[in-house]
Design a protein around this ligand. Structure first.
Ligand code: SF4
Length: 332
């Protein structure tokens, strides 16, 4: 761990966050699965960063680490320059929960079916002392209007089963807003919604960034969504960032072969996860002690199998690929 100070301008900074799980049969050999490998980024107020990767790349683990639903094995999180693990070693306090909120992927599972919308909104309002008992009902109505659920007086009395997927996700966003957070961690917030609804939710989040100066980490498999919302994109492969750059730059001219594979999937009218995963999984059974993408990479060459690439800084773009290291540059 370095001794450098947190970036002064970061609202939320992840520094070298790491997490490894053990996987395998109950009585069989265990293997280690690296879900986060020294992941670092700096998120500022009033902006979005897109964290993009295929299923199993570690995106949701990073969301859970940042939401502090589980501890990392290593690394630090700074909130407003404060080392959160030094401030509170075990569990996240109301202070952290008030500042950083997580929106889950599945709007059907994230709301309790036995409670009304009113219950889901009034509970955090009171717990975080954002409302008094006298004002909570009115504040909940205002939250519903903020997320575009009108007439609010009608929606507030409904149960989750009486809402569409898009409406449930709006309620989930309203619940996150109830504590007046500074940071939203949005874990695949549109992936379980109809294509026609996805843009509405992205527009809602974009409006919140503009109006409330929220900082948003958008976690998604979809580069198009990330480009729409985010200033910067981080591409995640097996728990580590392999390419990072401004959104337009990365989408218009991806350098890393994995980013190009992700990008090719959005050329389709509709995302076909099974088809996409198949295209990436060719050769996955082969093990590489070099670049972890080598078994699937159409551009792999000898060095890729022998040596793990390091991140190269190419005029503000970070790329972790031997195609851009000095080993290969002379041959390109
Ligand atoms: Fe492909 Fe080699 Fe680059 Fe890995 S280092 S992405 S295998 S070209």
């Amino acid at each position: 761990m370095t001794g450098r100070q947190p970036e002064a301008r970061c609202l939320l900074e992840a520094r070298d966050l790491s997490k490894t799980y053990e996987a395998g049969a109950l009585f069989g050999a265990k293997r280690k699965v690296v879900a986060a490998d020294r992941v670092s980024f700096c998120l500022n107020r009033g902006e979005a960063i897109g964290l993009v990767g295929e299923s199993g790349s570690g995106k949701s683990t990073i969301a859970r680490l940042l939401a502090r639903l589980e501890p990392p094995d290593g690394g630090k999180i700074f909130l407003e320059g404060i080392d959160v693990f030094e401030r509170e070693r075990r569990h996240a306090s109301l202070w952290y929960r008030h500042k950083v909120q997580l929106i889950f992927q599945d709007p059907f599972a994230s709301l309790n079916p036995v409670h009304t919308v009113a219950h889901h909104l009034i509970r955090p309002l009171l717990r975080h002392k954002r409302s008094t008992r006298a004002s909570a009902w009115q504040d909940a109505l205002d939250l519903l209007r903020t997320v575009g659920l009108e007439p609010a007086e009608e929606f507030i009395r409904r149960y989750p089963a009486e809402l569409s997927g898009g409406q449930r996700q709006r309620v989930a966003i309203a619940r996150a807003l109830a504590v007046d957070p500074d940071v939203l961690i949005a874990d695949e917030p549109t992936s379980m919604l109809d294509v026609s609804i996805r843009m509405e939710i992205l527009n809602l989040i974009e409006g919140l960034i503009d109006e409330r100066k929220l900082a948003v980490l958008l976690i998604t498999h979809d580069l198009a969504s990330a480009r729409y919302l985010a200033r910067q994109i981080l591409v995640l492969l097996q728990g580590r960032i392999v390419e990072s750059a401004a959104s337009d730059v990365i989408v218009s001219n991806p350098f890393h072969p994995y980013t190009r594979a992700l990008l090719s999937s959005i050329a389709k009218v509709e995302y076909d996860e099974a088809d996409f995963r198949h295209s990436l999984e060719v050769g996955r059974e082969e093990e590489s002690r070099g670049c972890p993408f080598a078994p699937r990479c159409p551009e792999a060459f000898d060095l890729c199998w022998e040596e793990d690439p390091v991140v190269v800084d190419l005029e503000g773009r970070g790329v972790r690929c031997h195609l851009y290291t000095t080993h290969k540059v002379g041959e390109c």
